[in-house]
Unconditional design. Structure first.
Length: 186
């Protein structure tokens, strides 16, 4: 709470940091699955939205449009989601995604995460189980897709959420531009 101010209301630790890192996401046709040795994770739906390429005067976060559109492409609902990996380049963006994807009403995201129990690893909606970009560094959403797959495969070790997760959502952006990916383990 005593971190220096960057730009009101964001302090130093409310903004992600540059990092040297990499991840790989391999997308393949379903008929090539006989070549896969690990458990395949299916892309159940995806969406994206671009309001504008600048943060200047954004009146409606692109996460709201991308979130609405994601559910239009699937029979899954928010009630089916076992874990959420939300872009957090700035600390407020996961709240924006909670609202945009319909996990709570617009304006209720702060109350949804209040106390942290609902978004804890053993909570109702485990959120950013690998620490997110604020904790792990900037990968522009690829780290979230990787963590969602890792959780769905049950390979997250000490970070693994309880039970047998089958559906995850991973996002990128959320302010002037946004993308959402719904992943499922069949």
């Amino acid at each position: 709470m005593s971190a220096r101010m960057i730009s009101t209301p964001l302090c130093l630790y409310d903004c992600d940091r540059f990092s040297d890192a990499s991840t790989v996401v391999i997308v393949s046709a379903g008929d090539a699955l006989d070549e896969v040795t690990c458990e395949p994770i299916r892309i159940a739906a995806m969406s994206g939205s671009v309001d504008r390429y600048s943060w200047d005067q954004v009146e409606w976060p692109a996460a709201y449009d991308a979130g609405r559109d994601l559910w239009a492409h699937t029979d899954y609902t928010v009630d089916d989601v076992d874990t959420a990996q939300f872009y957090d380049g700035f600390a407020f963006l996961p709240i924006t995604w909670l609202e945009g994807l319909g996990f709570c009403e617009k304006g209720e995201g702060g109350r949804f995460i209040e106390g942290g129990t609902r978004i804890a690893r053993d909570g109702e909606l485990p959120l950013n189980t690998a620490g997110g970009q604020l904790g792990a560094g900037r990968l522009h959403g690829f780290g979230f897709a990787h963590e969602a797959v890792t959780q769905l495969r049950g390979n997250a070790g000490e970070r693994q959420i309880p039970g047998s997760p089958k559906v995850a959502v991973a996002t990128s952006g959320g302010g002037p531009l946004a993308a959402a990916l719904l992943l499922a383990r069949d």
